[in-house]
Design a protein around this ligand. Structure first.
Ligand SMILES: [Zn+2]
Length: 105
């Protein structure tokens, strides 16, 4: 590692820890989703499977409510990348796609 000031080194280490934790969480989730399908099929961990099912229903409802609230506040979704964009924007701030002016959103 090249010479770094203490703050830069601290930030670099903190960022590396953040990245490693994030990657580990993604890997755990991948294992969890595979095991969830098997557990559901053989009726193992029934209460957990039922709770996850409830959470998925609630998440879908919350996502729908969030989408409605964003739409009501004048935001729209980029049809290319799915990023929320200001309704009067001409281009998506994420991918640069031209916003369809005929889009009802
Ligand atoms: Zn976009």
């Amino acid at each position: 590692m090249p010479d770094m000031s203490p703050n830069v080194e601290l930030e670099a280490i903190t960022e590396e820890i953040r990245k490693l934790n994030a990657r580990r969480t993604v890997l755990y989730a991948g294992i969890g989703e595979k095991l969830f399908s098997k557990a559901k099929a053989v009726q193992m961990f029934r209460s957990t499977v039922l709770e996850i099912g409830d959470i998925e229903v609630k998440l879908a409802a919350e996502q729908k409510a969030l989408n409605a609230a964003k739409k009501a506040s004048g935001q729209a979704v980029c049809t290319v990348c799915g990023t929320w964009i200001a309704q009067r924007a001409k281009f998506c701030s994420n991918c640069g796609a031209k916003v369809d002016e005929d889009c009802p959103l």
